[in-house]
Design a protein around this ligand. Structure first.
Ligand code: HPA
Ligand code: ZN
Length: 339
């Protein structure tokens, strides 16, 4: 049975990856930016990816439409409204300031729009959300450090740092210094690792960057020693199944390592990554794995609980959300037993 509204925390979503083609066209018209087409459907048709880089090429090009504070506000508000409908109670949202800086957009504009949307969404939608500043690995460690220093005046508007963009050839070891600095500034640390890169990238993210969560991490399953470390330390892995299928990190959903990861006792959460590009929000991702792997209500509840456990919320708030998951499970079991 498909239940679309488990209360969940979304821990792996790039705000830039929530830019639906309808809003893309609206912003392109608003800002006089050229697009290959002004038909949202035709634009979506172009989203056929062979790997991570083929996606990143289109994704970065589309971001030229984001020019002013209201554009960032509209982008974030649209995601937060959709996420609320998906059952998201807490979102820890990635953003890529280096992309916007390269487009000539000052940090003040990016923070201004995103932070205002988060505040309004908390008030109007009741969703809790915070920002995680990601460094683009293809620009290297020095550029990352410069970006972090430039963001110091906005530290109260982020809860942590992350690492994204092209993985292979840009190992975590290049970013040791900037992650140490982020730690010294009291920021949480996460990194994409083991999406296209091998288990060695996950080892480096843990050992050299001190990450508290690993984004994707699906290739960790290839290394039994690493699996043991991840299980023992209960390091969360933010898995994005529809993304992995779209970018051919896994040949098909049926061959996705999620069941093996769960069987190994890993702390797995489900997220959407770039929902405007990969065919679904977190509810769609949950429904897809529930259907594909015939997950039981108890297994779905475990995924939902994991998402709150793995979040950066205070313990009391985690407990409150986990109680809501338990309540949802009980309601579901009553429904299916006909009681
Ligand atoms: N991997 C790396 N970088 C990204 C991704 C991803 O899945 N999405 C947006 N930037
Ligand atoms: Zn990602």
């Amino acid at each position: 049975m498909t239940v679309a509204t488990w209360p969940v925390a979304e821990l792996h979503v790039h705000i830039e990856g929530t830019l639906e083609t309808e809003l893309l066209v609206t912003l392109a018209r608003r800002n006089n930016v050229a697009l290959p087409s002004y038909d949202p459907e035709a634009l979506r048709e172009l989203y056929r990816f062979t790997d991570l880089q083929s996606f990143l090429d289109i994704y970065y090009a589309n971001l030229a439409v984001l020019r002013c504070e209201n554009d960032f506000y509209d982008l974030a508000m649209a995601y937060l409204a959709r996420a609320t409908r998906a059952g998201v109670r807490r979102a820890e949202i990635f953003f890529d300031p280096q992309t916007h800086l390269a487009n000539g957009i000052p940090l003040a504009v990016v923070f201004g729009g995103l932070s205002r949307a988060l505040i309004d969404a908390r008030r109007d939608l009741g969703i809790s959300a915070d920002l995680i500043l990601c460094f683009l690995r293809h620009l290297g460690g020095e550029a990352a450090l410069e970006t972090l220093e430039a963001a110091v005046p906005y530290l109260d508007q982020i809860i942590g740092v992350g690492l994204d963009s092209a993985e292979v050839g840009f190992p975590p070891s290049l970013f040791t210094e900037v992650f140490a600095r982020a730690g010294a500034l009291g920021l949480h640390r996460v990194a994409h690792a083991g999406e296209e890169g091998g288990p060695d990238y996950v080892h480096e993210a843990l050992d050299l960057l001190g990450v508290e969560r690993v984004d994707h991490g699906i290739r960790a399953i290839e290394d039994p020693g690493l699996v043991q470390i991840l299980r023992e330390r209960q390091i969360p892995l933010t898995v994005c199944p529809l993304s992995n299928v779209c970018l051919h990190a896994t040949p098909t959903l049926a061959e996705h390592p999620l069941p093996a990861m769960l069987a190994a006792g890993l702390l797995v959460t489900i997220s959407s990554d770039d929902p405007a590009y990969f065919g679904g929000y977190v509810d769609d991702n949950l429904a897809a794995v529930e259907r594909e792997f015939a997950l039981s209500p108890h297994q779905m509840a475990a995924l939902a609980r994991n998402s709150f456990r793995a979040s950066f919320l205070p313990e009391a708030e985690k407990r409150r959300h986990i109680a809501a998951v338990d309540e949802h499970l009980e309601g579901l079991l009553r429904l299916t037993s006909g009681a």
